[in-house]
Design a binder for this molecule. Sequence first.
Ligand SMILES: C[S@@+](CC[C@H](N)C(=O)[O-])C[C@H]1O[C@@H](n2cnc3c(N)ncnc32)[C@H](O)[C@@H]1O
Length: 206
Amino acid sequence: MTVFSHRRTRKLAAQLSNFESSKKALDLATGTGDFTFSLFKEAQGTIIGADMSDKMLSIALNRSQDLGTNKHISFTLVDIDHLPFPDESFDVCTIGYGIRNVPDPLNTMKEVARVTKNGGRFIIVEATPPTNYQVKFLVLFYFRKLVPLLAKVLSANTNAYTYFAESISQFPKALEFSKIIKQAGWKKVFWYPLYHETVTIFLADK
Ligand SMILES: C[S@@+](CC[C@H](N)C(=O)[O-])C[C@H]1O[C@@H](n2cnc3c(N)ncnc32)[C@H](O)[C@@H]1O
């Protein structure tokens, strides 16, 4: 339903993370591990995938076992606002399609800053509302009307897609969101809008 753009986006985000084999990364809201495995393809460093859903994590763990990556990748259950890691533990932190759903994004980004080493990098990938009114209308029409119709035909959960459209429309524009990232203590913030601004990769350095 997203025309396979997610895979390309995660690959680009992993490349922008500067992850290297000697480095340690934390992938938050890992879900079933898609972004974690993209990072690992980029460089075979040490990665912890973290999520609040044990069901998602057990799928991620099975995938890792099948891929033979469990020497390098581990998965852990977390409360995203109270990460169970000491200060300055990671060179790279990432969150793909997760920051939209956390209860207090500012607090989460402060907590991520705490566990990131000085000079480390934080990559956020998120679905964002396009600034162009016509593009925004078309995107929201697609997710509010066409995708739920397709979901109905496929007997999938239509509410999930309606929620997705609403949460995109409520997410701050990239410039506003970059200010919140800085407020959380990140020194330099850049962003890369993709696919007519429907997805944005935010890059923050500590
Ligand atoms: C859409 S999935 C993202 C999966 C993956 N990162 C990707 O790139 O596709 C969102 C994930 O965020 C997790 N999540 C949502 N709120 C969270 C929170 N407060 N703490 C930790 N994980 C959370 C959910 O359990 C879910 O697995």
